[in-house]
Design a protein around this ligand. Structure first.
Ligand SMILES: [Zn+2]
Ligand SMILES: [Zn+2]
Ligand SMILES: [Zn+2]
Length: 310
């Protein structure tokens, strides 16, 4: 997860995915196979680069991917603007015929269905009646008369014009991406890590600092996840990642004790995505604001509102 801090595209990508309730879904595209337009927009990467980048984050364990689809694309340029055709593996001709193969069980003769004229076996001349079985298919090239059992499928790429055997095609997988538990936890606790959080606040003249240690009148040192300040007005805050039904009583009491000791006038518990009604009543009793938010932007906007209120 150290990589999270270094790569400036990671918070942008995580921010996009956090704002999507059902994860980042691929968009089907005739040229690129699959695209992730929201990530392309946020990161300014091209369609192929964005796809590769997401795949890289998945391999690094930052994202989880649920396989949705796979398509066969050009092995040369990775574009998916490909059409497939049957071609003779011998002469590359396209005049192929699919033929059904029959066996006359009585005498063991195996041949193409067309040879059994009037339901008569070409070898033993007997009527075949029910005494036959369908063995399968083969393909025959009308140009060179070559016969082959396997479907000879060739792709042609409209972007780079190469032709390739389908077995050489590049398989492109489409995933629905969500955040790994580790990444979600990190992103939610470090709201400032998500680009727009600080931008929204600073536009309103509010400064945000993370992991701030302040000394209380008792002499003890207290760590706050966030401290906001505007024109001398200070608000301390902790972040909890909780389920809506959680009361969050421990973080509320802890925040209250710290707030009391440093003589802060305002404190907020930022709850992602929220806490129970009981928890809210409790926070109210301790004079602590509860900021419920699904993502960093929402939290930032609500903090701006708290500053506007008084
Ligand atoms: Zn190509
Ligand atoms: Zn042929
Ligand atoms: Zn026969």
């Amino acid at each position: 997860m150290t990589e999270l801090r270094k790569d400036p595209l990671v918070p942008k990508t995580i921010g996009v995915i956090m704002s999507l309730r059902e994860g980042l879904k691929p968009t089907l595209d005739p040229s690129y196979g699959f695209r992730y337009p929201q990530v392309e927009q946020a990161t300014k990467l091209g369609p192929l680069e964005a796809r590769k980048y997401l795949e890289h984050l998945r391999q690094e364990g930052i994202l989880k991917g649920e396989l949705q689809d796979k398509v066969l694309c050009c092995p040369n340029c990775n574009m998916c603007n490909v059409t497939f055709r049957f071609k003779c593996p011998n002469c590359k001709g396209i005049d192929l015929e699919k033929k059904q193969i029959m066996e006359h069980i009585t005498c063991g003769y195996i041949g193409e269905r067309g040879q059994f004229v009037n339901s008569t076996c070409p070898k033993c001349k007997a009527k075949i009646d029910d005494n036959y079985r369908l063995v399968g298919y083969w393909f025959e090239c009308d140009t060179c008369k070559h016969r082959f059992g396997e479907v000879p499928l060739f792709g042609t790429c409209k972007d780079c014009n190469i032709s390739f055997d389908h077995r050489e095609g590049a398989i492109v997988s489409a995933y629905v991406y969500t955040l790994s538990d580790e990444a979600r936890d990190f992103a939610e606790r470090k709201l400032t890590f998500l680009g727009n959080f600080e931008a929204i606040l600073s536009k309103e003249g509010i400064q945000a600092k993370t992991d701030v240690v302040l000394s209380g009148i008792s002499g003890a040192k207290h760590k706050f996840d966030l401290v906001f300040e505007r024109e001398g007005k200070v608000m301390v805050a902790d972040v909890v990642v909780a389920e809506k039904k959680t009361a969050a009583d421990v973080p509320i009491i802890s925040l209250f004790a710290k707030k009391y000791d440093i003589k802060a006038s305002r404190a907020a518990l930022i709850a992602i995505p929220g806490i129970s009604e009981n928890g809210k009543r409790m926070a109210d009793g301790y004079d602590i604001y509860v900021v419920e938010a699904n993502n960093a932007e929402e939290a930032a906007l609500k903090i701006v509102n708290l500053f506007k209120r008084d």
